[in-house]
Design a protein around this ligand. Structure first.
Ligand code: NDP
Ligand code: 8X3
Length: 253
């Protein structure tokens, strides 16, 4: 069955791979992000390649008015969202708390926690009204464990873990599925953003082992939406084979 799938942060990495995967399987997409040009390029690519419909919404998830306005602006044919993938997120910086950069903290908390909430607040009422829908929150191994200098990023992903559980409890009487996917190291633009454009530092994160690829996460996100109506996957932690926990890697350097 063709579904309408809204993916936040679809301009790169996991979100972009999810967009391609869901389109490949014949679903119509609402893709969002801040980088308008990329959204336009991706829209054209996906429509041409997969022959599905794509609607793009350009906004910052930290801006609550923009989020509400964007979702409310969806034409009727796009308003019945079947699957919401709360993926937009980022890490900024790696410091101890005593040396932390307040602006980095605010960017992470506002994007990963408040942004996810603003989107969910706008999309969930329609799902509840229709008694149907699936929310997939992209958490992280950082939402299960804490590692040195990861403090605030880990806190935001622990919040995603808690919000996923809360969302499931709040919507259980309405037939909504809520799933968290919590990946370990995935090679995307994530580390370039975390290290503020320092490609050397970003590349070093993935040296000496094969990290997850964003397509691996998209495959699983797609899988969880293919299960029968009575089956929900609550929580999946997905790691590279060479990563045992947040800080333990087998690296051949
Ligand atoms: P990328 O940097 O490649 O993608 C992040 C996406 O989020 C981009 O599309 C970006 O779009 C969007 N985004 C970021 N901030 C905002 C904002 N304020 N408003 C709207 N969109 C925003 O990284 P990943 O694909 O790796 O990250 C996706 C998710 O996966 C994140 O939640 C991350 O925490 C999580 N994750 C990543 C892991 C990894 O190792 N890579 C592991 C575990 C979880 P734009 O810049 O156009 O706004
Ligand atoms: C991203 C992976 O290990 O940097 O969530 O927390 S990690």
């Amino acid at each position: 069955m063709q579904k309408i799938v809204l993916i936040t942060g679809a301009t790169s990495g996991i979100g972009l791979s999810c967009a391609r995967k869901f389109a490949e399987n014949g679903n119509h997409l609402i893709i969002t992000g801040r980088r308008k040009e990329r959204l336009e390029e991706i829209t054209t690519e996906i429509i041409q390649k997969y022959k599905v419909k794509v609607y793009s919404l350009h906004f910052d998830v930290r801006d609550k008015e923009a989020v509400a306005k964007a979702i409310a602006s969806l034409p009727d044919e796009w308003s019945k969202i079947d699957v919401l993938i709360n993926n937009a997120g980022l890490a900024v910086g790696m410091n101890t708390i005593q040396e932390g950069v307040l602006d980095d903290w605010e960017r992470m908390i506002d994007t990963n926690v408040k942004g996810l909430l603003y989107i969910s607040r706008s999309v969930l009422p329609g799902m509840v009204e229709r008694k149907s829908g699936h929310v997939i929150n992209i958490g992280s191994i950082a939402g299960k464990e804490v590692y040195p200098n990861g403090n605030v990023y880990c806190a935001t992903k622990h919040a995603v873990d808690a919000l996923t559980k809360g969302m499931r409890i709040d919507t259980v009487h309405d037939g909504i599925k809520v799933t968290q996917i919590a990946p370990g190291a995935v090679e995307t633009e994530f580390s370039i953003v975390r290290f503020k454009g320092d490609h050397g530092k970003a590349d070093a994160v993935y040296k000496g082992f094969e990290p997850l690829h964003p397509e691996d996460i998209a495959e699983v996100a797609w899988f969880v939406t293919t299960l029968p109506a009575n089956v929900n996957i609550n929580d999946l932690t997905i790691m590279p084979t060479a990563q045992a926990s947040a800080g333990v890697f087998h690296k051949e350097l």
